[in-house]
Design a protein around this ligand. Structure first.
Ligand SMILES: NC(=O)c1ccc[n+]([C@@H]2O[C@H](COP(=O)([O-])OP(=O)(O)OC[C@H]3O[C@@H](n4cnc5c(N)ncnc54)[C@H](O)[C@@H]3O)[C@@H](O)[C@H]2O)c1
Length: 391
């Protein structure tokens, strides 16, 4: 077993991922030395160290006296600064932290790489060739071997930093864990998700991926604890996509030529997390599906009128007919339906509105319970959902 590092420097500690990671580590018994350049008065009072990590001396002061570092500070996306500033700032921060960790004899470096190293934006214009069509992925789910395909200086800074990490890990013998993190979401971000559903082009750039910030924090902790050597880089994403339709269908519609390299779950992620599971014991625990559900339960239907955890069928018109009869299904929360069944038989259908679906009765005999399946589950059969086949 690896010796467990107890005193951890967290950089970028006042950022989105940093704040949750500091809490996660403290809750698991770690002592945390938090550092960032952007501090509120409360952060100063809480003892967060102000340090600019593009300066080697300040990076050394921040890391001194700690056992390991979770390094999250960076310019976190393309387009926040000019391309050259993004690259230069991130390279300086990453080199300084990696080198200081080795020079000070820390036992572990966990750091934020990015999903962008894998070829993002898929199907979108690359920063380096403005206006040029972006490349689709070569295959899906995209895994760690779909690398390196940087299309922005942000992604290039992460690719180059993985090389720096590999070499410093080799020189020093310190294990490095690079997390190729997907698009980080906080709970409040899930309210936007229904707006992604009508147009699958909107989120194609990262194959409809995301990850809950609490799962990122857990991955950082697991990165400290995992029994690894050398420099390991793993994808950290949610288990599902942002979409309410089967992943296979969305991929086929937007990227028709891209082969699926293996079976995936109905709403399964197209950013493979198998290696993170194996190497770190990573298991995503949060999904927008459960969060929207929880939010509705807590605050009532006004909070998110567009979605609901309960899909209900209230009636069929007509309730009798034969194979081929057009049936209007009324109910609640039918948006995003993935299947309509008459008994066990699947029907062709069209979602007209959140309260209305039109379906064509498939072949059948006697009576069939009509159900609708959405990402929130399958409606319950009642007497009002019974379709009677006439001779
Ligand atoms: N947000 C995402 O969707 C996402 C996706 C993949 C990877 N990442 C990576 O995860 C990490 C954390 O991202 P985040 O979303 O929490 O970003 P964030 O911007 O919320 O946090 C980054 C923090 O780094 C600090 N920082 C920036 N420059 C600094 C400097 N010179 N010295 C010291 N601190 C500095 C900022 O003040 C900020 O608090 C970043 O490395 C980012 O590249 C983020």
């Amino acid at each position: 077993m690896m010796p467990t590092s107890r005193r951890i420097c967290v950089t970028g500690a006042t950022g989105k991922a940093g704040r949750v990671t500091v809490t996660e580590l403290r809750e698991h018994g770690y002592e945390v030395v938090a550092t960032d350049t952007a501090l509120t008065g409360d952060d100063v009072a809480a003892g967060v160290l102000k340090a600019d990590l593009t300066d080697y001396g300040q990076a050394t002061v921040a890391l001194r006296g700690t056992d390991a570092v979770v390094h999250l500070a960076n310019i976190p996306a393309p387009g926040r600064s000019t391309p050259a500033v993004t690259f230069n700032a991130n390279m300086a921060m990453n080199f300084n932290v990696f080198h200081a960790a080795a020079a000070l004899g820390l036992t572990r470096v966990v750091w934020a790489s990015s999903e962008t190293t894998l070829g993002l934006p898929f199907g979108g214009p690359a920063e380096q060739i403005p206006g040029a069509a972006g490349q689709p992925p070569r295959y899906a789910p995209v895994d760690e071997d779909h690398f390196p395909v940087p299309a922005t200086t942000y992604a290039l800074s992460k690719v180059a930093s993985e090389t720096v990490a590999e070499q410093i890990a080799r020189w020093s013998g310190i294990p490095f864990v690079g997390l190729r993190i997907s698009n980080i979401m906080e709970t409040r971000d899930y309210q936007r998700f229904p707006s992604y559903w009508p147009d699958p082009q909107l989120r194609k750039w990262n194959l409809w991926g995301y990850v809950d910030v609490r799962d990122v924090a857990a991955a950082c902790r697991l990165g400290l604890e995992a029994d690894v050597t050398g420099s390991q880089n793993v994808i950290i994403a949610a288990a599902d996509t942002v979409m309410n339709r089967p992943s296979r269908d969305v991929l086929a519609e937007v990227f028709p030529g891209v082969p699926l390299s293996r079976e995936i779950g109905e709403f399964g992620t197209l950013l493979a997390i198998d290696r993170a599971k194996q190497a770190l014991g990573y298991e995503p625990r949060h999904s927008w599906r459960e969060e929207i559900h929880n939010r509705l339960s807590r605050t009532g239907p006004g909070a998110l009128a567009v979605v609901s955890p309960v899909t209900v069928v209230t009636g069929l018109t007509p309730g009798r007919g034969h194979a081929g009869t057009k049936v209007t299904i009324t109910g609640l929360n039918l948006t995003g339906a993935t299947a309509v069944r008459f008994g066990a038989a699947k029907a062709k259908f069209t979602v007209v509105s959140p309260t209305k679906i039109t379906a064509t009765a498939p072949s059948g005999t006697r009576t069939a319970a009509v159900t609708v399946t959405t990402p929130f589950g399958t409606s319950v059969a009642t007497s009002a959902t019974r379709f009677t086949y006439t001779a």
